[in-house]
Design a protein around this ligand. Structure first.
Ligand SMILES: Cc1cc2nc3c(=O)[nH]c(=O)nc-3n(C[C@H](O)[C@H](O)[C@H](O)COP(=O)(O)O)c2cc1C
Length: 175
């Protein structure tokens, strides 16, 4: 049986993290099915051994598709090994980078009926040149008030790839 890995993102960082985890799992000989949670709607979880969902934050929220998925599949999800991680820029700061201390992941876990076996949170990427005018100004403002990078020509990846690999190992080891 294979593993299902789902990503929900806008600018590619969550997908990049999912693909890194997939690379690790495939090296370990595992079959992985990678799909976009925002595009695909029909999932038959009974054909998978484990499920992993990664989702990014946009203006304080995960895409509603993430909560919908968790609600629609809560029975299967809660009876199989499963994992969830959130991606956001708040997590670039120490003290805001765990499921308990990251406000978005904490709130999501409190709201969803799904109880993932393991959870994590990763810092995402700041890609000013990729944003439209409005998002660039908004993110620059948020960065200014939180003491972050405000140079709109910059692209910075805050993701801790060792932390990602550790999570991939943990997921692989789930029984
Ligand atoms: C329009 C926009 C809004 C964002 N809002 C937030 C936010 O409210 N809080 C936060 O911590 N990060 C926020 N971020 C940062 C993203 O979560 C981060 O860039 C992440 O890497 C995006 O992942 P993705 O490329 O998979 O979409 C925002 C990014 C963008 C572009």
């Amino acid at each position: 049986m294979s593993y299902l890995l789902l990503y929900s993102g806008e600018n590619g960082q969550t997908k990049k993290i999912i693909l890194k985890i997939t690379e690790y799992l495939r090296k370990e000989g595992k079959q992985c099915d990678v799909r976009d949670l925002n595009m695909d709607k029909n999932f038959n979880l009974s054909v998978y051994q484990k499920v992993l969902v990664g989702a990014s934050i946009r203006y304080g929220h995960f895409n509603p598709a993430v909560l919908n998925f968790a609600q629609n599949h809560q029975k299967e999800l809660n009876t199989m090994p499963s994992a969830f991680f959130g991606v956001n820029l708040t997590a670039r700061k120490k003290g805001k980078d765990t499921p308990e201390t990251n406000v978005y992941v904490r709130k999501f876990l409190a709201k969803t009926p799904w109880r993932p076996t393991i959870t994590s949170v990763f810092a995402g990427a700041l890609c000013y040149p990729q944003y439209n005018w409005f998002d660039r100004i908004m993110i620059q403002f948020i960065m200014k008030i939180t003491g972050g990078e405000t140079n709109i020509n910059k692209e910075i990846e805050y993701t801790d790839w060792q932390k990602v690999e550790y999570f991939a190992r943990e997921f692989n080891a789930l029984k």
